[in-house]
Design a protein. Sequence first.
Length: 501
Amino acid sequence: MAEFKLPDVGEGLTEAEIVSWKVKEGDNVEINDVICEIETAKSIVELPSPYAGTVQRLLVAVGDMVEVGTPIIAIDDGTGEVSTGSTSGASVEPVDITAPAEPMEIDLSNPAASGSKEGESLVGRIKADRGPQRRARRGSASPSTEAGAQTQMQVQGAFSPGGAQSQPVAPADEAPVPAHAVEPSAAPPPSAPAEPATAGELQPLAKPPVRKLAKDLGVDLRSVAPSGAGGVVTREDVQAAASGPERTPMPAAYEDLGRPGVAAMGGAREVREPIKGVRKMMAAAMSASAFTSPHVTEWITVDVTATMQLVERLRSRREFADLKVSPLLVLARACVLAMRRTPVINSYWDEAAGEVVLKGYVNLGIAAATPRGLVVPNVKDADAMSLVELAGALGDLTATARDGRTQPAEMAGGTFTITNVGVFGVDAGTPIINPGESAIIAFGAVNKRPWVDEATGEIVVRDVTTLALSFDHRHIDGAAGSQFLADVAGILADPGTALLF
């Protein structure tokens, strides 16, 4: 039986959350079949199977945060080898604990041991760097106690009565436990309130996401009175301990609502949201950019009536029949053209090398707000595309981002970014430069406004927007930034001037 460990899918991944399983126990899989989706710090990634065979166990549950190198699925690949982890109805080979052994961990988080038909672990795989481990005391005859000096064993209390209907599991139905495993003390029955664990006992029963939440909120699980069946500490228990006894529990539908307003918080005065995944990476990147690159932001208000008319004409053309045509497309093209006159906009400051790196290509990033946070995928070599090709690339990019399926490679290597705040009805803002780049432009809402016609001096109603350009003032001076912004605005005011670039 082969165990597939969570791999590093790129860019130094250290942990990821299991978003969904695409297989279940008993399914047959082939090599490269997608087995699950994981959420990294940047996106949702599909993991293909490196083995062909039959799925024996799903070792982690949906919602679990697991570290790179942690086994996530067991597949019977036909090698005839027996896994050291216990499975329901399977025999387990005894282990000689007197022989020297590599550091190991015992996994009791199988369906029979945890009482969950989905194989959810109540404790998770406890790593050495997560604090001191406690060993269960069952008497001097315990093999793990005698072999403690030779073998590092991380014992997990995973027995919990119940199953699909939260009924106690009969001893005959329990999976066999390896001889070297320490049997955890039986948890109290569901009807009896469980007492918090004390020093020297096994850690309180809780699923990995609950343990992570407790760690993030600074709550000691040993001090939390569990309310779940079988003495399991729930998310609500941790949140109540963090906010005090009078705190209203977080509504169960909160996670499905994303980031709700006050009315959707179920009457709670506060809701704590763990910082993880895309949002955590975004916060680190924006903080680093804001405090390392001296930002300068310039604004310009533009009459874009001609651009809006162009958009309507393009929509009626056969070439754009299946493509989305919007003012953003014209802005993207205008930025690419304007860089020909001011190439320093398409560069970045290499602090380590002491150099300014000018790019001969444009990987055009589009900042996209998703339920998981801000992501900035980019269109590779946008400067080499026709307007039709650029429209197709932008459509694919935004659709993928909104579905939360942008891959890390699609967000790497950007050279310039557009953030379209106008879709929210916002006039403009002071955007923060995406790390690794030197400039970003904010595209404000297009509104009907009174405008003075310079030719006639009359006040007319026109389509007007505001552009805001932030740039790195370490190597882009005000003249270069102003030139670029004026060129972009000029193309939007009169798209025919694009022929001059």
